[in-house]
Design a protein around this ligand. Structure first.
Ligand code: IMP
Ligand code: MG
Length: 186
């Protein structure tokens, strides 16, 4: 496999990710037995995980999408998540499975949980591919997270820097030299 020149090192190979996804699907199948949840992909970062996860599950699901933005062209969150695109249906009375790429400060997850439960969802479950607990600013945790990671800026398998690298099949640590110059000017 060729590694992108901007990647410092591979943190999770596609094989390791696939194994984590399979475990998460098993956990979710038992949690959602007998129900048909609305699975919500938080765009754009979770879309690759979402597609693999849902296909590894046996539970019948409906799909929906939401776009939340908090970064811009930076590795540091602006701190104010904004709903850029909302769900296409009401979650009222429904079981909702929110699929996130990574929980960092926790602000996006908190915002979506409050929004979805505030609209009368029957239940709210959050699954995340990655968790960076050392960066948490609000007291929140996904119900299931596949991998816990250190405080490093990562890309690939849906995750971006400045909208690039989302289609890498592995998760890698981004070289500091790629973002240091740009972040300094903010
Ligand atoms: P939070 O609201 O701070 O928890 O931010 C969550 C969002 O920030 C995630 O859904 C990602 O889109 C983005 N994010 C956080 N850490 C990283 C990272 O290391 N690489 C790429 N995106 C990240
Ligand atoms: Mg995201």
């Amino acid at each position: 496999m060729t590694i992108n020149k901007d990647v410092e090192r591979v943190l999770l190979s596609s094989e390791e990710i696939a194994a984590g996804v399979k475990e998460a699907a098993k956990w979710l199948d038992s949690r959602f037995a007998g129900t048909t949840p609305i699975a919500v992909s938080v765009l754009k970062g979770s879309v690759v995980f979402f597609c693999d996860l849902l296909r590894a599950m046996n539970t019948p699901v409906q799909m929906d999408f939401m776009t939340v933005s908090s970064y811009g062209a930076s590795t540091v969150s602006s701190g104010v998540p904004k709903i850029v695109m909302d769900l296409s249906q009401s979650p009222h009375g429904r079981d909702v499975l929110l699929v996130e790429d990574i929980v960092d400060s926790g602000r996006s997850l908190e915002k979506m949980r409050d929004l979805i439960l505030g609209r009368g969802a029957k239940s709210f479950t959050a699954v995340t591919l990655l968790d960076k607990p050392s960066r948490r600013k609000v007291d929140i945790k996904a119900d299931y997270s596949c991998f816990e990671i250190e405080n490093e800026f990562i890309i690939g398998y849906g995750l971006d820097y400045n909208q690039c690298y989302r289609n890498l099949p592995y998760i890698g640590v981004l070289k500091r030299s790629v973002y240091e110059k740009q972040d300094e000017n903010k």
